[in-house]
Ligand binder design. Structure first.
Ligand SMILES: Nc1ncnc2c1ncn2[C@@H]1O[C@H](COP(=O)(O)OP(=O)(O)OP(=O)(O)O)[C@@H](O)[C@H]1O
Length: 235
């Protein structure tokens, strides 16, 4: 099956600072990939290029039209209701209905007519997920979507994203700092370093995965060591 996303020799520089350096990446349809890397390694830069928020430089060989992004902050328009936010820009006759259906899927049916300011952080992120899903993306780009949430909400969001992924099967590229989140959700975990993907770990455990699973803990420890966070392993 041909990949949904293919990148060969992708380079992105800001002035003299080369952030992505002849990067190679390929994602299969329906595959869930997590991208780790130290702060400043270029994860968000890569996501912005793939989202089309940045000039698309040479090297992006295949990029699906239907792609959607969820950022760390929900980016809802405060002057539109939650359902209007989800339906924003949708070019189909049943946009409002589709938005409500997507909101129901993320457990927000009852808040469809609410103003964004009345939502909790977790609810607002769910609305952002609904806004992405309603576009039926082939590729869903997630840029640290749970980083600003409290630990319990984050665990609930992991379960929700896992459920949505299994139900709709978009390919997902998740940028995260959270190694546990990466091994809980992804089929493949990549490390971005010096502008290139320098490491990948396949995670073959069946879904849905449990927090506290020993095999996942071992993978997490290995990835933390790769990232140079060895102390965290023994505590
Ligand atoms: N628009 C820009 N102009 C100049 N430099 C930029 C720009 N965007 C990013 N950079 C630089 O590119 C490098 C990578 O930034 P990026 O935000 O992609 O890293 P990151 O891995 O996502 O970091 P973090 O994990 O801290 O979010 C940084 O050195 C950053 O300062």
């Amino acid at each position: 099956m041909s990949p949904v996303l293919e990148v060969h020799g992708l380079t992105r520089a800001f002035g003299r600072r080369v952030v992505l350096d002849r990067l190679e990446l390929s994602i299969a349809p329906g595959e869930f990939v997590a991208l780790l890397g130290r702060s400043g390694s270029g994860k968000s830069t890569l996501l912005r290029v793939l989202a089309g928020l940045d000039a698309v430089p040479a090297g992006v060989a295949r990029l699906p039209q239907r792609r959607a992004v969820v950022f760390q902050e929900p980016r809802l328009m405060p002057w539109k209701t939650v359902a209007q936010n989800v339906a924003l820009g949708l070019r189909r006759d049943d946009a409002e209905q589709a938005a409500r259906a997507a909101l129901a899927e993320v457990g927000l049916a009852a808040r469809a007519d609410a103003w964004p300011i009345t939502l909790s952080g977790g609810e607002a992120q769910r609305a952002a997920l609904a806004r992405a899903l309603v576009r039926q993306p082939e590729l869903l780009l997630l840029d640290e979507p749970f980083a600003a949430l409290d630990a319990l909400t984050r665990i609930r969001m992991h379960a929700l994203v896992g459920d949505l992924w299994r139900a709709h099967r978009p390919a997902i590229l998740l940028v995260t700092h959270d190694v546990r989140e990466a091994v809980l959700l992804a089929d493949r975990v990549l490390i971005l370093e010096s502008g290139q993907i320098t490491h990948q770990t396949a995670v073959s455990a069946a879904h849905p995965r449990r927090h506290g699973d020993l095999m996942l803990a071992a993978l997490e420890a290995g990835l933390l060591a790769r990232l140079g966070v060895e102390q965290a392993l023994t505590h």
